[in-house]
Design a protein around this ligand. Structure first.
Ligand code: TXA
Ligand code: MG
Length: 329
């Protein structure tokens, strides 16, 4: 199969919608990462997503809808705070898990009684979702266990020959996957940290907890039990108070004939002057936006990525450190 990359236009969006309605799958941009999209109401299309990604079939998918879609067609809204969160944070990188009404097929929810819903803010994605007017399920458009893609080219590199079309909506501005929030309980519970932070949710609802995923737990967000986000090169991770150790490691790797790259935020980059660098930028937003692109660039150029951890776990840093530790720890 030939995989075409097409910029978002009225025509390419119509073509993509047609493929989705006919049970095909495509690459689609969102503001967080690119998704591998299928109509959530067509079981054979959803199955194909799992096959193409090589995704374990006990890990459910997120259903994406446009901003005027009535989500109560798909889920039961049991908590009033859901309306506040929806009003403030969507369209945007927030996914809410609620009781499913069964419109989205069992293949997507993996037979569970809940459904994760997301209303992406990416304009091109909204255009596509309006055009199909169906819940579109989409995991990140990478092969299972690889880093999530943030450009159409990244999607192509993983899925060339396996899907007919990738809609090119430019580089994702968010850069890490959406916050997944369980909103079935009295207090919302973060299952996966992201750009909509615990602090932001607390400010609106009054309380918010971060789910702890311990070994042996019956996890509520099955995805977190899998190792994701791994670049295809060696990696290691040092704390910000271990810069000297990291620099030593760099020299050791170099001496042994390898090509090391240091990956860190701009504030500590000057410590590594003259070394191969993947600079993630200054602010939390910049760092989130450049993390996956840096890992994907790193795996091409480096034999080993020597990553430096973030200075805290507050705000967006929580989502960043989660990914950084999974990919490099
Ligand atoms: O930003 C994103 O969320 C991207 C873009 C494409 O929208 N999508 C994405 O999908 O990251 P995926 O499949 O890679 O991750 C979905 C996460 C997984 O951790 C999965 O376990 C969790 O959401 N999830 C999906 N449905 C769930 C449900 N019903 N209950 C609990 N967790 C759920
Ligand atoms: Mg993923």
């Amino acid at each position: 199969m030939i995989t075409e990359i097409e910029k978002i236009t009225d025509e390419s969006v119509k073509k993509a919608a047609e493929i989705l309605r006919n049970g095909g799958i495509i690459g689609m941009p969102t503001e967080t990462v690119y998704g591998l999209a299928a109509a959530g109401t067509i079981p054979s299309a959803v199955k194909e997503v799992f096959v193409v990604k090589g995704r374990p079939n006990d890990n459910p998918l997120i259903a994406h809808v446009h901003k005027n879609y009535d989500i109560e067609k798909l889920v039961e809204v049991e908590r009033d705070y859901v309306y506040k969160l929806k009003k403030l944070f969507t369209p945007g990188p927030l996914t809410m898990v609620m009781k499913s009404r069964g419109v989205v097929c069992d293949e997507a929810t993996c037979g569970g009684d809940t459904l994760a819903i997301r209303i992406p803010s990416h304009e091109g994605c909204q255009k596509l979702l309006r055009e199909v007017d169906l819940p579109i399920v989409a995991p990140s458009a990478n092969l299972s266990k690889h880093t999530s893609p943030v450009t159409a080219e990244h999607v192509f590199n993983d899925l060339n020959g396996k899907i007919p079309l990738i809609l090119d909506g430019g580089k994702c501005t968010g850069g890490i996957e959406s916050t997944v929030l369980d909103v079935t309980g009295e207090v919302p519970r973060i299952l996966r940290a992201g750009l909509i932070t615990k602090e932001m949710i607390e400010n609106v609802v009054g309380a918010c907890v971060v789910a702890e995923h311990k070994a042996g737990d019956k996890v509520k967000s099955p995805g977190v039990k899998y190792t994701h986000y791994k670049p295809r090169c060696d990696t290691c991770l040092y704390k910000e108070n271990e810069l000297e150790k990291a620099a030593l490691r760099y020299e050791e790797e170099k001496t042994s004939g390898k090509t090391p790259y240091i990956m860190c935020r701009n504030a500590v980059a000057k410590y590594f002057n003259g070394k191969n660098l993947l600079n993630l930028g200054d602010t939390e937003e910049e760092i989130a936006a450049s993390l996956y692109a840096a890992l994907l660039e790193g795996e091409k150029k480096a034999d080993i990525i020597i990553a430096i951890d973030m200075p805290s776990e507050k705000g967006i840093y929580l989502g960043i450190t989660n990914r950084l530790r999974k990919s490099c720890g």
